[in-house]
Ligand binder design. Structure first.
Ligand SMILES: [Zn+2]
Length: 87
């Protein structure tokens, strides 16, 4: 069985648009912004936002639904759903 996401609930929150309620954004940080060279991606919970708006965000490491270590599980650009300039 092919599993794209760690769990269905993460997938649902990841696929909604940025404006749409609580959602999960994955950002690939630029090299100079990476605190840890081993972790290129950052994971945020946000309440929904528009481009250009100041965004409230919570940086997370573990899936809030199933507890998976996101740094270990999501290691591909195909999961990136936001640009570093925006979030
Ligand atoms: Zn999960």
């Amino acid at each position: 069985m092919y599993r794209k996401y760690c769990c269905a609930r993460f997938g649902i929150r990841h696929e909604v648009s940025r404006e749409e309620g609580m959602n999960l954004r994955v950002v690939k940080r630029r090299p100079d912004e990476q605190l840890d060279a081993g972790n290129r991606y950052r994971f945020y919970v946000t309440p929904g936002y528009r481009v250009g708006q100041e965004v409230q965000r919570l940086n997370i490491r573990y899936c809030p639904f199933c507890g998976t270590d996101l740094y270990g599980f999501y290691r591909s650009d195909k999961f990136v759903n936001e640009e570093p300039d925006i979030l």
